[in-house]
Design a protein around this ligand. Structure first.
Ligand code: MD6
Ligand code: FE
Length: 218
């Protein structure tokens, strides 16, 4: 079946919010003005809590590199998926959420109609060419009434946005450097994933895509 792809890659398309659900929106370029602040913060976080390939409960290493900042960090191992206040690699608390991450997330959430969003966790994913994220739901957080704010940096990716059952058809959404996606409410538990990253070179992040997802986990 043909799938329609939102044409966010077309530079001629307006940088206006693109609603992809009743309570899910892409804010093209929303984070561009923040990149100069976000990248140095990211470098410091990664120096203390490096990207690693976590083990799935099934015993496979995830292809996407992963780390966290904030009071809680999302982890996976043989025992399952959960949030932990401690980095299992260092046995230390995760690096703190930089104030700029919190401000950006709160501003984006309010632009999407979610007032007073205050994240306590930021999952940081690092994709290399060929890496994908299979369809999943985000359901390890305590309060599904809180939205998720996702910030895309580096190489562009194609995001899959599905329904409330794994077998429902998915829509494809192009996400570029600086795009922010916010989703919550009735769209909060939709299945979603990322198609294999195409090779490329980004001026700031070279051959990588980094995605931040800011959540209220606890
Ligand atoms: C990614 N994002 O874009 C992976 N989950 O690399 C997610 O899995 C995600 O972007 C929930 C809400 C927004 C997201
Ligand atoms: Fe997710």
């Amino acid at each position: 079946m043909m799938q329609t792809e939102l044409d966010l890659f077309n530079p001629a398309s307006p940088a206006e919010p693109q609603w992809i659900g009743k309570q899910a929106v892409v804010l093209p370029g929303f984070a561009l003005a923040w990149v100069d602040v976000l990248l140095p913060e990211l470098r410091q976080i990664i120096a203390r809590a490096p990207f690693r390939h976590m083990l799935t409960p099934g015993g496979l290493n995830m292809a996407v590199g992963l780390t966290n900042c904030g009071a809680l960090g999302w982890i996976s191992d043989r025992r399952g998926y959960r949030y932990s206040p401690v980095d299992p690699l260092s046995q230390q608390p995760w690096p703190a959420l930089p104030p700029a991450f919190i401000e950006l997330a709160a501003l984006a959430a309010s632009a999407a109609g979610f007032a007073d969003f205050r994240p306590d966790a930021c999952l940081i994913n690092c994709y290399k060419p060929g890496n994908r994220l299979s369809l999943h739901q985000d359901r390890d957080e305590r309060d599904y009434s809180q939205p998720i704010v996702s910030v895309s940096l580096g190489l562009p990716a194609v995001f899959q946005f599905g329904g409330h059952a794994r077998n429902e058809s998915t829509r494809r959404i192009g996400l570029r450097h600086g795009d922010v996606m916010v989703w919550g409410g009735e769209d909060r538990l939709r299945f979603h994933g990322v198609l294999p990253l195409k090779p490329g070179s980004h001026p700031l992040l070279s051959g990588r895509r980094i995605n931040l997802t800011l959540r209220k986990a606890g």
